[in-house]
Design a protein around this ligand. Structure first.
Ligand code: SF4
Length: 349
């Protein structure tokens, strides 16, 4: 059972309510004049299952660029604004689908109020919330970190609610798994705002996957969470792949998913499964069909252990063999592994 959150419209998608958990990532570079490169990257992210992309907008120039990008792409974009309320106001002219602000660093109250009023006029949601590492001064020494994060978020929501603004999405992030889980549970007991889940500064791939799976996995299993980002010190594509895996393995995925199984290799290997799996992995997230793909090192165990696979590839001496449901369907020299694999996969799409 999912927690009942209020639906909030973010551009063309709706977050919360009965809607599926939204996968999002963050653009990891500064915006450049190369709009085409960014549009291409956004299309690829969308094809991989990402529904929302956040961009830092540190100045007016980036707001102009982001605005143009938002007008030329289908995927909703979020502008991440700190300090200068005028950047948020400009972003809303285009409009950008969602604005992330921290009222605590915008300055005088009237500046935040201007942003809230314009967001209400334009029907643009605001993401607010708290990061454990940047709590307001008066809460920094709090012993109960999770409660302090909720209090910080409440203080921001008070500002919004005083102006009758109810289209907020809230995030409560910590790099500590337990604090992250507890803060989100506490908040979910009291409010119905959609929750954006994430472990902040989660680290490189492996530490991030472990921390994010523990924190987000538990919360999602409890029905908490309307949108997720798995923050990784790696490319946004890896973040999307991690989100896809998490949702698919929790039974919360809504797009067809390719389940990639591969063997770790051992002394019987005649095929480099590590290299091959890495080469094909990213492309599999753009396939619009539920499939199981197996990459196995040897014919002794490969086709047998992966007999559930719709398509498998395994080493066989100086050849590779392709198999379907445990039966070998094709053999080829090792050097043609990639080519024949994609040919056979194409037949299943
Ligand atoms: S499939 Fe073959 S190569 Fe891979 S781990 Fe099993 S026995 Fe080793």
């Amino acid at each position: 059972m999912r927690r009942k959150s209020r639906p909030v419209k973010v551009g063309s998608l709706t977050m919360g309510g009965d809607n599926p958990v939204v996968i999002q990532t963050m653009w990891d570079k500064a915006l450049t004049p190369d709009l085409e490169e960014e549009k291409k990257a956004l299309s690829r992210m969308a094809a991989m299952g990402c529904s929302l992309v956040r961009f830092a907008a540190p100045n007016q120039k980036s707001a102009e660029h982001l605005g143009r990008l938002a007008q030329e792409t289908d995927i909703p974009l979020v502008a991440d604004i700190h300090f200068d309320y005028r950047i948020a106001l400009r972003c809303m002219d285009f409009p950008i689908a969602k604005i992330r602000i921290n009222p605590g660093n915008i300055g005088e109250a009237w500046k935040t109020e201007e942003v809230i009023r314009k967001a209400a006029d334009k029907g643009i949601p605001l993401r607010v919330g708290a990061n454990e590492g940047s709590l307001p001064k008066e809460l920094r020494g709090a012993e109960n970190r999770a409660a302090a994060m909720v209090q910080a978020a409440e203080e921001q929501l008070d500002i919004l609610e005083k102006l009758n603004f109810d289209q907020a999405v809230v995030s409560l992030k910590s790099s500590n798994v337990e604090i992250c889980r507890t803060a989100n549970r506490l908040f979910a007991e009291k409010y119905d705002y959609p929750l954006h889940l994430g472990v902040t500064e989660a680290g490189p791939l492996i530490p991030s996957l472990v921390k994010s799976t523990l924190a987000l996995g538990d919360l999602l299993r409890e029905g908490i969470g309307d949108t997720i980002r798995i923050s990784i010190s790696d490319s946004p594509y890896k973040e999307i792949m991690a989100c896809r895996e998490l949702l698919a393995n929790l039974g919360l995925g809504t797009v067809p998913h390719v389940n990639l199984v591969s063997c770790p290799k051992c002394g019987r290997t005649t095929f480099d499964t590590h290299k091959f799996a890495e080469e094909i992995e990213t492309s599999l997230y753009s396939i619009d069909k539920n499939l199981t793909i197996a990459v196995m090192g040897c014919v002794v165990n490969g086709p047998g252990e992966a007999q559930h696979a719709d398509l498998g590839i395994t080493g066989m001496g100086d050849q590779i063999a392709l198999f379907h449901k445990g039966e070998i369907i094709r053999r080829a020299p090792l050097c043609q592994a990639n080519e024949v694999f994609w040919e056979e996969l194409e037949k299943l799409r």
